[in-house]
Design a protein around this ligand. Structure first.
Ligand SMILES: Cc1cc2nc3c(=O)[nH]c(=O)nc-3n(C[C@H](O)[C@H](O)[C@H](O)COP(=O)(O)O)c2cc1C
Length: 361
C-alpha cells in the first residue's frame, strides 16, 4: 500500500505532513526547505524573521520584509521543487505587507492564525506571483467550529472564495493557543476529536456546495506516524507537526534550544500568559520564574504584535523568543507543544518523515 498524498488544489505533497511554522526563528529556510525536499510541506514562520539582519534593531520592519523574501527563496532552492509555505500571524503589525512579500517571493501556501484571517483573500488577490507560478494557497488556522464557520461564511460572502485548506489547531499544540485558560484546565474534557469531526463536516459541506475539495489537517499533539494515522482514519487529509521537528539537525534553532526539549520532563511543560493576550505553552525556566514575579524591563519596541502595549507589557515577547532561539535558554521564552517531553534525541527530517510514511502505509 502506498501513502495517500496531501493535495491542495494542484499542489501535491507525497507525505501528508506539514511542518508547522515556529517563531521566532525556529522554522526558517533550513528546516522548511528540508521538510519540503523530503516530500512534506515546509513552513517558515515570518514572526520577527529579520532578527539576524544587521539593521534589525534600527529598522525591524524593513529587515523583516527583506528576510521573508530571502528565507522563502532559500527554502525553495533547498526544496528542489517541494512545497514551501509561510505562517503569518494575523496579530502581526503590518500583516498585509508580510502577506504580499511572501507571495512576491513565491510562497506556495500561506497558513494564518493567532486571530482569524478574515481579509486574507482580499490582501492576496492581485499580488503578482513570480514566474508562471500558481496562485498562492490560503489556509486559515481554526480552533473551533465557530471560527471555521466565520471564515467559510465571510470569505464566501465577501470574496466568493473558500479556503484552499483548513488547519485545525487543538489544545495540545505549541506557541499561542486559541483557547481560554479555563478550557485548557480540562483538555480531555474538551473532547476535541469531536470538534475536529464537526469542522471537517463543515468544510465538506461548504466545499460540496462550491465544487471545491478543502483538505483539513490536524495540528497539536501529533508526534508519531501512528498518531497521524488516527487523524487520517477519521477523515482528515493530513497533520501539521511542529514540536517533533525541533529536535532535528535541520531545525534553525540554536543547539541549546533543542537540548532544552530533550531535557524537558512532563512537569516542565507549562501554560503561560503571553503579552499577545492568548495563553501559550512553554518549558519552565528561570525566565518564566522571573516573569511570574513581575514585569521584566525591556529595550526598544520592535513593533511586532498589534495587541501589545510596550508601556504595560509584562515582558517583551520578541526579546524573549530571540534570546531562546539564539541559545540563552534560561533567560528566553521556550515555546513548545505538549509533546516536548517525548523528545529523547536528535533526529533528522528524513528519518521522521520516513517513519511517518511507513506508519501510514
Ligand atoms: C516553538 C514553537 C513555535 C511556534 N510558533 C508559532 C507561530 O509563530 N505561529 C503559529 O501560528 N503557530 C506557531 N506554533 C504552532 C505550530 O505551528 C503547530 O501548529 C503546533 O505546535 C502543532 O502541534 P505540535 O507542536 O504538538 O506538533 C509554534 C509551535 C512551537 C512548538
Amino acid at each position: 500500500m502506498s501513502v495517500k498524498p496531501l493535495t491542495i488544489g494542484e499542489l501535491t505533497a507525497g507525505i501528508p505532513v506539514i511542518q508547522g511554522g515556529m517563531g521566532v526563528g525556529v522554522s526558517l529556510s533550513g528546516l522548511a526547505g528540508a521538510v519540503a525536499a523530503k516530500g512534506g510541506i515546509g513552513i517558515i514562520s515570518t514572526a520577527q524573521i529579520g532578527f539576524r539582519e544587521p539593521d534589525y534593531h534600527q529598522n525591524p520592519h524593513e529587515a523583516n520584509l527583506r528576510a521573508v523574501k530571502k528565507e522563502i527563496r532559500r527554502a525553495k532552492e533547498l526544496a528542489h521543487g517541494g512545497i514551501v509555505g509561510v505562517n503569518i500571524m494575523v496579530a502581526t503589525r503590518h500583516y498585509e505587507e508580510y502577506v504580499r512579500a511572501a507571495i512576491e517571493a513565491g510562497a506556495d501556501v500561506i497558513i494564518s492564525g493567532a486571530g482569524l484571517p478574515v481579509t486574507l483573500p482580499e490582501i492576496a488577490s492581485g499580488v503578482p506571483v513570480p514566474g508562471n507560478g500558481q496562485p498562492v494557497k490560503l489556509a486559515p488556522i481554526v480552533s473551533s467550529l465557530k471560527s471555521a464557520n466565520v471564515i467559510f461564511r465571510y470569505w464566501m460572502k465577501k470574496y466568493k472564495y473558500l479556503p484552499d485548506m483548513v488547519v485545525i489547531e487543538g489544545p495540545l499544540a505549541g506557541g499561542h493557543l486559541g483557547f481560554t485558560e479555563e478550557q485548557l484546565r480540562d483538555i480531555p474534557g474538551m473532547h476535541f476529536e469531536e470538534e475536529a469531526d464537526r469542522i471537517l463536516e463543515a468544510a465538506e459541506a461548504f466545499g460540496k456546495e462550491q465544487g471545491k475539495e478543502i483538505p483539513v489537517v490536524m495540528a497539536g499533539g501529533v508526534y508519531t506516524g501512528e498518531e497521524a494515522g488516527k487523524w487520517i482514519s477519521r477523515g482528515l487529509s493530513g497533520v501539521q507537526m511542529a514540536t517533533r521537528f525541533v529536535t532535528t539537525e535541520e531545525c534553525d534553532a540554536h543547539p541549546a534550544y533543542k537540548q532544552a526539549y530533550i531535557d524537558a520532563k512532563e512537569e516542565d511543560i507549562v501554560l503561560v500568559k503571553s503579552p499577545v493576550g492568548m495563553p501559550g505553552r512553554a518549558i519552565r525556566n528561570t525566565f518564566l520564574q522571573k516573569a511570574g514575579k513581575g514585569a521584566i524591563p525591556h529595550g526598544k519596541c520592535h513593533g511586532c504584535i498589534k495587541t501589545c502595549n510596550p508601556a504595560d507589557t509584562p515582558y517583551c515577547i520578541t526579546e524573549a523568543l530571540i534570546r531562546a532561539v539564539e541559545g540563552d535558554v534560561e533567560n528566553g521564552l521556550l515555546f513548545c507543544g505538549s509533546n516536548a517531553c517525548r523528545s529523547e534525541r536528535m533526529e533528522t527530517v528524513g528519518t521522521i518523515l520516513d517513519e511517518v510514511a511507513d506508519a501510514l502505509k
